[in-house]
Design a protein around this ligand. Structure first.
Ligand SMILES: Cc1cc2nc3c(=O)[nH]c(=O)nc-3n(C[C@H](O)[C@H](O)[C@H](O)COP(=O)(O)OP(=O)(O)OC[C@H]3O[C@@H](n4cnc5c(N)ncnc54)[C@H](O)[C@@H]3O)c2cc1C
Length: 477
């Protein structure tokens, strides 16, 4: 048994773990970075980057398919599935290569390969024969796809998101289990690339929306393009010749269909089980999670910190990176711990129309204390020009202060509008502050202005003027 003494042990060489390690290095302390799997991070290897590469291919096909509406005639496009997947893989491998090289620049004696588990609060066993004694530990072990019943019993015959990026050919038919962000992003892209794709969900929800009008709008918009089976019961799955046969009950009727492949995208679970957290003496909740503070990333008052997907809160790249920095800096200075200001919430799905939740979602807000301003993108000027006029945005402001608190967004390119709103939320801007900013014409941002004006009217304020003094709207705003 080899024993290693360090200031900070970091479990997981993903985005959060790498950020944490950098902070320990900056503080001049000694760290060890422990990785059980491959270097390269979930984001680059099987998350953000390959999924957006697949979406980029689907966007190209969709643009060609939709060109005739502008009077541009194109011969029917043919998708070369093998070429699409080869580009996804080769670009993905480029991104992964960059991360692997930067991880391997960490001195070899500061890296360990193997699965880590706790022997006590600050001692870890890595693999079978290395013990690490640390003054503090950062857990950045990420998350893994969850495969629910009945698909768990035929686990080796169903696939998860990471498997898609290893395909060499597109399947003819695909069942997607789940209608969350990963399911919608990958499922819609594959559908647009010509795969006959069908979505299943025992729940009625689609995407991350918590506002009832946004949920309704999303269901109706995506149902125009995608085959959705929501609120299904009695789901069964069995392996048959040529794929998996799925059975389900919908509106009282039993259905069965065979799919060449099944993609299970039903959410991700924290990688905690292998860590043996019980040995730390920390109190654990029903899911085996210790108490955790979002501003310090500390677990209780212990020398243990957590960062990234493993927390199971906002499983997003920038959150993992921020938490890694906070956890690493605090672990390096433990027992001195600093509370950090967190950024406004910002979550985006690269579906079409795009989805975004900014600041606090509708469900997280005290409804009696907020006003809602909305804009439909069905008739918004720029959206119409682009032939992308679909969607709904709700902006939430606090009645007492007129401060913007959050938004739920469904519409063309809302990734950009979402950033504007997130910046407004974080800066504590009021409806009046936002309306005093410039809006170019004709842009999608003018839709945001329409929602702000609706809010101003409800709050009866506009930068010291009364609502009726608002400037006239140009057509299509
Ligand atoms: C399909 C998909 C698309 C996504 N798209 C986006 C997007 O567009 N934008 C966005 O912001 N986010 C996106 N995400 C989420 C984003 O990828 C994650 O939030 C982020 O990568 C999490 O980083 P992390 O450091 O917490 O975990 P990871 O990068 O997963 O790192 C955790 C590491 O810990 C290791 N590990 C686990 N257990 C142990 C152990 N016991 N001992 C040692 N090592 C261990 C694992 O092997 C892994 O390498 C997407 C995710 C998926 C799956």
């Amino acid at each position: 048994m080899t024993t290693l003494d360090v200031d900070v042990a970091v479990i997981g060489a993903g985005t959060a773990g790498l950020s944490a390690r950098r902070e320990v290095e900056k503080a001049g302390k000694r760290s060890v970075l422990i990785e059980a799997g491959h270097y390269g991070t979930t984001c680059a290897r099987e998350g953000c980057m390959p999924s957006k590469l697949l979406i980029a291919a689907a966007d190209a096909k969709h643009a060609v398919d939709g060109a005739s509406r502008f009077g541009v005639r194109v011969e029917a496009a043919r998708v070369d599935g093998a070429a699409v997947l080869a580009r996804v893989k080769s670009e993905r491998d480029r991104f992964v290569g960059q991360v692997v090289r930067s991880t391997e620049r960490v001195p070899a004696e500061e890296r360990l390969r193997g699965s880590a588990r706790f022997l006590d609060r600050t001692t870890l066993l890595v693999g079978e024969d290395t013990r690490v004694r640390a003054r503090a530990v950062v857990i950045a072990s990420g998350s893994s796809p969850w495969v629910p019943p009945p698909f768990d019993v035929i686990r080796e015959h169903v696939e998860v998101s990471a498997d898609v990026f290893e395909w060499r050919a597109l399947p003819r038919t695909l069942a997607v289990v789940g209608t969350g962000i990963v399911a919608l992003e990958l499922g819609q892209a594959l559908h647009r690339l010509g795969v006959e794709t069908v979505f299943f969900n025992p729940f009625d929800e689609l995407g991350p929306f918590t506002s009832p009008p946004l949920q309704r709008a999303a269901r109706s918009l995506y149902a125009r393009e995608l085959e959705l089976h929501l609120g299904i019961t009695e789901t069964s799955a069995r392996v048959v010749q040529g794929g998996v046969r799925i059975g389900w009950v919908e509106d009282g009727a039993h259905h069965e269909r065979t799919f060449e492949r099944v993609l299970v995208a039903a959410g991700r679970r924290s990688n905690l089980a292998a860590l043996d957290l019980a040995k730390t003496g920390l109190p654990l909740d029903a899911q085996g999670k210790p108490p955790w503070d979002r501003r310090t990333c500390q677990c209780g008052d212990s020398p243990i910190f957590m960062a990234g997907d493993v927390i199971g809160r906002r499983q997003l790249l920038h959150e993992a990176s921020d938490e890694g920095h906070i956890a690493g800096a605090n672990a390096a200075c433990f027992p001195e711990v600093t509370a950090h200001v967190r950024r406004a919430g910002l979550s985006i799905a690269f579906t079409d129309p795009q989805i975004a939740i900014v600041g606090r979602s509708f469900a997280e807000l005290p409804h009696a204390e907020i006003a809602t301003g909305e804009v439909s993108y069905e008739d918004q000027g720029r959206a119409r020009l682009m032939g992308a006029n679909a969607g709904l945005v709700e902006l939430y402001a606090e009645r007492a202060s007129c401060r913007i608190l959050g938004a739920e967004m469904l519409g063309p390119s809302v990734e950009h509008l979402a950033h504007l709103v997130a910046w407004a939320v974080q800066r504590g801007m009021t409806v009046q502050d936002c309306l005093s900013m410039p809006f170019y014409h004709p842009t999608l941002e003018e839709g945001l202005r329409t929602a702000l004006i609706a809010l101003a009217k409800k709050l009866d304020v506009v930068g010291g003027c009364r609502a009726e003094d608002l400037p006239d709207e140009c057509p299509g705003m």
